[in-house]
Design a protein around this ligand. Structure first.
Ligand SMILES: *[C@@H]1O[C@H](CO)[C@@H](O)[C@H](O)[C@H]1NC(C)=O
Ligand SMILES: *[C@@H]1O[C@H](CO)[C@@H](O)[C@H](O)[C@H]1NC(C)=O
Length: 76
């Protein structure tokens, strides 16, 4: 059965962060696009991650969240 979870991204800095993309390293996970592409200082945004297992057993995945001026964040 597929399972969906919402992930919140919180920006604790004093600069806004512009989000470009999310990519997953395995086929088991899919991420939706961001609710808002710009996270204001102190604000947040969210996206949905869908897990649909393709094999039996445990799997691990890293999501790469690319930003315009703040590099790539990873979320395991
Ligand atoms: C996200 O930001 C909104 C508006 O500033 C706030 O109401 C909400 O509590 C925040 N949610 C999280 C999970 O930080
Ligand atoms: C992140 O986005 C920038 C701007 O589009 C791009 O130049 C860069 O290659 C991307 N980095 C990764 C790891 O996807």
């Amino acid at each position: 059965m597929p399972k969906m979870e919402k992930v919140y991204l919180n920006n604790p800095s004093s600069e806004e962060i512009c989000l470009i993309s999310i990519s997953a390293t395995t086929a088991h996970f899919h991420a939706s696009f961001f609710q808002n592409r710009i996270i204001p200082a102190g604000g947040n945004t969210s996206f949905d991650v869908v897990f649909l297992a393709r094999v039996v057993g445990s799997v691990e995945n890293t999501l790469f969240i690319n930003t315009s001026h703040h590099g790539v964040f990873t979320y395991q």
